[in-house]
Design a protein around this ligand. Structure first.
Ligand code: NAP
Length: 335
């Protein structure tokens, strides 16, 4: 009757290491009045976790030193004093990197394991899917005949952005690292083209693939890739800044940010650039859940998970796969 838990011990400088975490067996938590306990089966590993560990102003409070590492996760209610959540219910929520979590139901969604496996509910049918949906539909507003470029194109968010863009009639170009990921987005997901940024000159390829320039850019990575796409934006182009993963572990602030050419493009092309966090759209969440579920059931949205074994103890190394591109699809830790 113990609970394996991963707590944040110290704040990382650069890439986090095992030394930044304390992983130990703790007594099994007991749900109080109005609470329930979940057996966690799938922990979502998200690029945002690096930001959650850092001090400084952000869109959420950092994880406090000594706290359970924050994580989205899916599992089954095993004991409950809550009227709406009963033993056996499958749920998804911010349960943290631990085997068992107690919750009062805040931000917890019920999920249907018959519709899709646990790992998909923290992936394409969960937060990354909602992110792709809102960033594409509410910020980029894809239009037929226009070109949409998405970076980290084979990943949890990017793979859905491109597919939603195609459903809305746009021409979609994905940027990803390596031939296999590029083949996946074109041949399996139906993107019009892919650029392997590890082997090709992104800007040159955009000149060839999008001679009328880029109308919409879904920014997931920033850095050199972000600059290359910004240089090729069309007049009155739209940019949804979803993430800047290339900078999350960067320790030299001088290496982060758009270059002079990108900044000039903002002005001369009169770009509309909007950063967003998925929960800005909390009031419309039902809409995203409905559309993603329907398109998924109809076979119009393909989703891929990269499920890693090893339990809570594997968390520190598994997380870093996101920043080295070792993951291929939504990265999930199986407990
Ligand atoms: N705003 C929001 O509310 C929100 C919500 C969820 C996610 N996000 C953001 O969305 C982005 C994608 O997240 P995800 O969960 O879908 O992750 P993911 O794409 O499944 O995995 C991360 C991928 O990023 C790429 N990458 C890592 N380091 C890179 C670098 N230095 N340069 C270029 N590419 C790099 C790698 O793909 P390659 O092998 O192709 O390089 C890696 O596989 C992240 O920036 C994340 O922070 C934002």
């Amino acid at each position: 009757m113990t609970n394996r838990v991963c707590r944040l011990k110290s704040r990382p400088f650069g890439m986090s290491t095992r030394e930044n975490f304390e992983i130990a067996d703790e007594p099994m938590p007991t749900p109080g009045p109005g609470e329930f306990r979940v057996k966690v089966h799938a922990v979502s590993l998200d690029p945002a976790m690096r930001g959650w560990m850092a001090e400084g102003r952000s869109y959420v409070q950092p994880v406090a030193l000594g706290d359970v590492m924050r994580a989205y996760a899916a599992g089954i209610v095993e004991e409950s004093n809550h009227e709406a959540f009963r033993p056996g219910d499958a749920v998804m929520g911010l349960f943290g990197v631990q085997e068992h979590a107690v919750s009062d139901g805040t931000f917890v969604h019920k999920i249907d394991p018959a519709q899709a496996p646990m790992e998909r509910w923290v992936g394409g049918l969960g937060m990354p899917g909602w992110t792709a949906y809102f960033g594409t539909m509410e910020i980029l507003h894809p239009e037929a005949g226009q070109t949409l470029v998405v970076s980290a194109a084979s990943g949890a968010v990017g793979s859905l952005v491109g597919q939603i863009g195609k459903l809305r009639g746009a021409t979609v170009i994905g940027i990803a690292g390596g031939a296999e990921k590029c083949r996946y987005v074109t041949e399996e997901l139906g993107f019009d083209a892919a650029i392997d940024y590890k082997a090709e000159d992104v800007e040159k390829r955009l000149v060839e693939l999008a001679p009328d320039r880029v109308h919409m850019y879904f920014e997931n990575v920033g850095g050199k890739i972000g600059n290359a796409v910004m240089h090729r934006m069309a007049t009155f182009g739209r940019v949804a800044v979803c993430g800047l993963i290339s900078s999350y572990n960067e320790t030299d602030p001088a290496k982060v940010g758009y270059d002079a050419g990108a900044q000039r493009s903002i002005l001369v092309n009169r770009l509309k650039i909007q950063g967003f966090i998925v929960f800005d759209f909390a009031k419309q969440m039902r809409e995203a859940i409905g559309h993603l579920g329907k398109w998924h059931a109809e076979g119009k949205l393909k989703m891929r998970e990269d499920v890693r074994e090893g339990g809570v103890d594997a968390f520190p190394e598994a997380l870093n796969m996101l920043y080295t591109g070792e993951n291929f699809g939504k990265l999930v830790l199986k407990l």
